[in-house]
Design a protein around this ligand. Structure first.
Ligand code: GLY
Length: 387
């Protein structure tokens, strides 16, 4: 029997009160976020002076807003969230039409809202959008065993750990079409990632550069972390959560073992105050944090908790709660001073204007985690599953 995060939560009155309080606060804040989103003609991502900040339609984070709307719709039943999800899903067609500019981030951009809408409503356009996005991702596969991350000459052999979180759109495509090719590509990439990205101590590289002709490992630059060999916390969170999802979709035990290894490392690094540093190997000053890493990891830890046997689950569950509660207590803005919630997200260690900003996916993973604690069944990364 596996660990039951919903039963555990329901059995604890203080925790149940906190989770219900979060649901009410999210409802209030997201209603305000929708109002502000309807004042502009672009997709909400970050914020500036109390407004949503302008974003290019092809930006990789643009699926998270409609995805948050579906999570809120499921949590509250309020049509305003469904309407906003559908409005912004259509807005994103401009990015799909310009597909040559898309990167490997199409899982983030479509599975978690178009895939969810298709599961809920069998909408044919949503199916087409999600499958088209999966084709784009499959088309980036290099037969040496990895998915190319970004565009641009000279980056043919670049892969990044974040891609682990894009693989679920390939598993989805195999589920809905019955064609195993997509799943096989995802598993090849996951196998390569276990070898080339995850280090023996459970920390991970952000970027690995392969020779695109031979697949030989060439380099591992620091990427969004501080330097080569450092430990960018959001990269660790993508790995922890992404490997758990690959296990969920395939049942391959090594993926769960890898997710657990990264989780043990993550917990060991975050447990001083449960708000992740931007890079776990950064110097003391500046004290850079990343709430997005925290919420991605917390939601992933809840995923691991319910995948492992009952006697193992508590550690992952309790660590997830510690992160969610510490981040909410110290970094959440529930007022109308700004349309987003979390205030200490960091885009990359060396991106100075991108330090301690708001990012829509910092909020998305918090909403997702609260939904999991409340027993939400239809989730973004496996919209076809009801178990
Ligand atoms: N996938 C890019 C990032 O996490 O910033």
């Amino acid at each position: 029997m596996s660990f039951d995060i919903v039963k555990e939560t329901a059995a604890n009155p203080e925790l149940t009160k906190w989770v219900n309080d979060m649901k009410a606060r999210l409802d209030q804040k997201m209603t305000y976020g929708v109002k502000k989103a309807n004042e502009v003609d672009y997709m909400p991502y970050s914020t500036e002076n109390g407004q949503w900040k302008k974003t290019d339609i092809g930006w990789w984070t643009n699926g998270f807003w409609p995805a948050t709307m579906w999570q809120m719709f499921r949590m509250t039943g309020k049509e305003l969230y469904r309407d906003e999800a559908i409005r912004t899903e259509k807005m994103l067609d401009a990015a799909l039409a310009n597909f040559k500019n898309l990167s490997h981030d199409v899982g983030f951009m479509w599975l978690i809202h178009s895939g969810v809408r298709y599961a809920l409503e069998k909408n044919a356009d949503s199916y087409d959008r999600t499958l088209f996005a999966a084709e784009v991702l499959a088309g980036r596969f290099n037969p040496n065993g990895f998915i190319r991350a970004w565009n641009g000459q000279g980056r043919e052999g670049w892969a990044i750990i974040d891609c682990m979180m894009n693989l679920p759109i390939l598993y989805w495509a195999s589920e809905v079409t019955g064609d195993p090719r997509y799943k096989l590509i995802a598993m090849k990439h996951a196998d390569t990632s276990m070898q080339a990205f995850v280090r023996p101590d459970g920390s991970c590289n952000h970027i690995v550069i392969f020779d695109p002709m031979t697949g030989e490992f060439l380099d591992n630059p620091g990427g969004q972390g501080i330097e080569s060999g450092s430990s960018w916390s959001r990269g660790q969170a993508w790995a922890l959560h992404g490997f758990a999802l690959s296990y969920l979709h395939t049942g391959k035990q090594e993926y769960l073992d890898t997710a657990k290894r990264v989780a043990h490392y993550f917990i060991s690094q975050v447990s001083d105050d449960w708000v992740p540093k931007c890079d776990f190997r950064q110097p003391k000053d500046p004290d850079l944090r990343d709430n997005a890493a925290g919420n991605i990891a917390a939601s992933g830890l809840l995923e691991i908790a319910r995948l492992v046997p009952e006697c193992e689950g508590r550690m992952y569950y309790e660590a997830a709660l510690k992160i969610l509660q510490a981040q909410e207590k110290t970094c959440a803005d529930w007022t109308e001073a700004t349309p987003a919630v979390f205030t200490k997200c960091t885009s990359a260690y060396h991106d100075i204007p991108g330090r301690h900003i708001q990012m829509n996916y910092g909020d998305f993973y918090f909403v997702e985690a609260i939904g999991k604690l409340l027993g939400e069944k239809l989730l973004a990364w496996y919209p076809n599953r009801e178990d």
